[in-house]
Design a protein around this ligand. Sequence first.
Ligand code: IPE
Ligand code: IPE
Ligand code: MG
Length: 246
Amino acid sequence: MSLKDSIIKERLPKHIAIIMDGNGRWAKQHGNARIFGHKSAMKAVREVCEGCAELGVDYLTLYAFSTENWNRPKMEVMGLMDLLVSAINTETDTLIKNNIRLNAIGRLTDLPEKVRTNLMDAIGRTKDNTGLTLTLALSYSSKVELVDAVRKIARDVESGTIAADSIDDSVVSRNLYTGGMPDPDLLIRTSGEYRISNFMLWQLAYSELYFTPTFWPDFDKEELYKAIVDYQHRERRFGLTSEQIG
Ligand code: IPE
Ligand code: IPE
Ligand code: MG
């Protein structure tokens, strides 16, 4: 039986989030500049989008650029921004063909004008698609997201829209960039790093974590299936006992 066939359709993660890491090391391993790693990463992005869409996963969120990544060498940052523009332009038709809805989270106002306009255009063109929701985390920081949410809620309290005592976890969730999306069931991080790097700190509270040494450019559908099969062997207890889950 192939790995894909061993996936139980009824127990598919609704939301998969991925920290796509290891492009630089992959490039180095191949004797190339870091940007070559970023370029080569597009294939992996295509593979996971297609893989998730085929399986019927509802949400795929890709951590593509963190607020901390702005501090990388200027050349690399510019290269990544150019790559984003060309990827959006070349891939939008495929997204439409595959019924994928594009979405973005993060401080999008930080992005260069050209990236933002192309991104907004692609989001608009795919907005009526009903299949997979593909969310790109761009200029994203989970701490900044929480700060933004706290500010919004504080303003609502100030204006009397909400009472301080009625703030609960659903109010916080709703005010995050991911408001309206379910929390990730499965988080994948590639490249053998075991950390969260300021990604979805709130939303990952009960996610299953999957780490693989594979560098992101080498990640493919089989690797995705492997992660999903592993996820399906976990028991998600949410604080209960195994017997209670039964
Ligand atoms: C992930 O790969 C892509 C981004 C963070 C934009 P890296 O560029 O972090 O690759 P490594 O971790 O240096 O190998
Ligand atoms: C996390 O990767 C951010 C993205 C994948 C976009 P980094 O390579 O920036 O994370 P650290 O610096 O190793 O924690
Ligand atoms: Mg990295």
